[in-house]
Design a binder for this molecule. Structure first.
Ligand code: XMP
Length: 319
């Protein structure tokens, strides 16, 4: 009989058997899968686990602090936070091509993760948040059936030459099972039921070349959008919702005169499988509140637009 309580016990028991007295490293992103894997390992082997959290500077508002507050402070997990904003911004430079940006971010991520893992002496295992759908997907790509439309970068790719053995404690579970398991482990609901966030983060939500000031502007606009969605009960009625920074300027006018500033696009979709999606029919009143708040509260934004494109033909992300 499958219950999340006994499956948690079973996985923790198996992890202890498998790992013994060895050390494990994990790339912690703050996403559902790596959070559950980290918590399972922490319960199983405590300080033999080192979690590495790479802050790319392309995360949402206060995200890095929230990850540290929960895992390091609350759970007492051994987490190393790497503030790599400057490295990411430098590596991205003036690059404006979406795929090239993804590759730069993915490559640097692995590089930094590897550097940190190499600093920990005697690590034998790399833990990964692989879940059952990932297993099926990569089996498909071996037969050549998977077509890469966007190269999907995820946290914790195994660097070839690291020679670590893999620990994948949730590879037989579906997403909803992982979420239920996370609940049993005491991970907060809002983290487990969050919308998906792409590996390259805001890197693919700032169109074209990335600048720190653009990322800061986008973070504020995005936080307002999410706050209003939560307040109105629409967060749980949408599958994914976020703001996009458009590096175009448009003219605006306020009490103190003419403004010539950037545009923020809002995207909210409803979907089951993320392969096709409908734009969410958010109430006009809500859109109006969000638009007013963003224009009034976020410096450098004079116009807000709402994306009414379905997938296909548009993708969910803008890049
Ligand atoms: P698209 O934009 O292709 O997105 O309709 C479908 C889903 O995939 C997410 N996505 C990514 N996730 N790395 C990721 O880990 C990526 O490079 C990436 N690109 C898109 C997107 O957020 C949506 O949930």
């Amino acid at each position: 009989h499958w219950t999340t309580d006994n499956i948690a016990e079973e996985i923790i028991h198996d992890l202890r058997q498998q790992i013994g007295a060895d050390k494990v490293v994990l790339g912690l992103s703050g996403g559902v899968d790596s959070s559950v894997v980290g918590t399972l390992l922490h319960k199983a082997i405590g300080d033999q686990l080192t979690a590495v959290f790479v802050d790319t500077g392309l995360l949402r508002l206060h995200e890095g602090d929230q990850v540290m507050a929960l895992f390091a402070e609350h759970f007492g997990m051994n987490v190393i936070r790497i503030d790599a904003e400057t490295r990411f911004l430098d590596a991205l430079g003036e690059e404006s091509d979406p795929e090239a940006k993804r590759k730069i971010i993915g490559r640097l991520f692995v590089e930094i993760f590897e550097e940190e893992a190499n600093k920990i002496s005697g690590v034998k295992y790399l833990a990964q948040g692989t879940i059952y759908p990932d297993v099926i997907e990569s089996a498909g790509s071996k037969t050549g059936k998977a077509h890469v439309i966007k190269s999907h970068h995820n946290v914790g790719g195994l660097p070839e030459h690291m020679k670590l053995s893999l620990v994948e404690p949730i590879r037989e579970l579906f997403k909803d099972e992982v979420r239920r398991l996370g609940t049993t482990l005491g991970i907060p609901h809002h983290l487990l039921y969050r919308h998906p966030f792409p590996g390259p983060g805001l890197g693919v939500r700032i169109l074209g070349a990335i600048k720190k000031e653009y990322a800061d502007t986008l973070r504020q606009a995005d936080a307002i959008f999410l706050e209003e969605l939560n307040r109105s009960g629409w967060y749980d009625k949408t599958s994914q919702a976020f703001a996009v920074f458009l590096p175009v300027k448009s003219v605006g006018v306020t009490g103190d005169g003419r403004r010539y500033e950037h545009v923020i696009a809002l995207r909210a979709v409803q979907t089951i499988d993320f392969m096709t999606a409908h734009w969410a029919h958010l109430p006009y009143e809500l859109l109006s509140t969000i638009s007013n708040r963003i224009i009034n509260e976020v410096r450098g934004v004079s116009r807000v637009v709402y994306d009414v494109s379905g997938k296909p033909p548009a993708t969910i992300e803008w890049e």
